[in-house]
Design a protein around this ligand. Structure first.
Ligand code: BEZ
Length: 251
């Protein structure tokens, strides 16, 4: 499980909630609607949805993220819940999820839980990493971990990046009508020039480096930087090779 640093996330990875604002347009929240934000992180998008007059509940599996969300937005209800195991007795008009589904590998279970949380006729609106997302970074990590320590990085990979076909099939198996599905490239600028990739690894890729001491980790980071710089470092900044899926599905 990724070890989240909520301050680093808010400070260096603000693009996550900035991009999420476009997803709120797809959600089109209405005043008085009950909406669940699945994988709410530090709560910025839940707060944006709250501003529409919706009744929003944010859930996230990270205690640190939820603590930060509660302190930033004390007027919103935030709960520590995991997408794979969450149970809600409340029914929602919509479940919204930005940049979180790719951390939940038990797809069928997660979709079942989402379906359970939505009223008949309600909607699931989500964006997450799609097939080949951050492929260059994954290849760089894999090659360096294998080359230096003989470790198969796939055994540590915490992410699930499906194709549109795979994901919409699971939604349909659970009775959803898929109204909209989009797969697109979203090259993503990582802040802090030269240090951008290291901040990204510190924020999102900690599972790959479990068990290494600080010196070993710095050595691995340096080799990964060298390996993928030709592909992802342009004009003084790192640009990650994000590939996204956007979904609107109706129950
Ligand atoms: C993403 O938003 O696509 C993503 C974030 C962190 C790690 C991997 C992917």
């Amino acid at each position: 499980m990724n070890s989240w640093n909520a301050n680093l996330y808010d400070d260096k990875q603000h693009f996550v909630s900035n991009f999420g604002k476009e997803l709120i347009e797809l959600l089109n929240p209405q005043a008085g609607e009950k909406i669940l934000d699945l994988g709410c992180g530090t709560g910025d998008l839940a707060n944006d949805i709250f501003q529409f007059g919706s009744e929003i509940v944010g859930v996230d599996s990270s205690q640190e993220m939820i603590q930060q969300a509660r302190s930033k937005y004390p007027f919103i209800s935030f709960l520590i819940q995991d997408g794979e195991t969450f149970i809600t007795h409340d029914k929602y008009d919509a479940v919204f999820s930005n940049a979180a589904i790719h951390w939940m590998k038990q797809t069928s279970k997660v979709v079942e839980n989402i379906s359970h949380a939505i009223k008949p006729g309600g909607r699931f609106v989500a964006e997450f990493g799609g097939k080949y997302n951050v492929e260059t970074i994954i290849k760089g990590i894999s090659s360096v971990l294998y080359g230096e320590f003989g470790i198969d990085a796939s055994s540590r990979n915490p992410w699930y990046f499906p194709s549109v076909g795979e994901y919409t099939t699971v939604l349909e198996e659970h009775g959803f009508k898929v109204r909209y599905a989009q797969y697109y490239d979203r090259p993503t600028l990582l802040v802090d020039q030269e240090k951008g990739l290291n901040h990204w690894l510190d924020s999102f890729a900690t599972d790959f480096f479990v068990g290494f001491n600080e010196e070993q980790q710095l050595h691995l980071y340096r080799l990964i930087n060298e390996k993928i710089k030709p592909q992802l470092f342009h004009q003084g900044s790192w640009v990650a090779d994000y590939k996204r899926i956007r979904i609107i599905a109706e129950k």
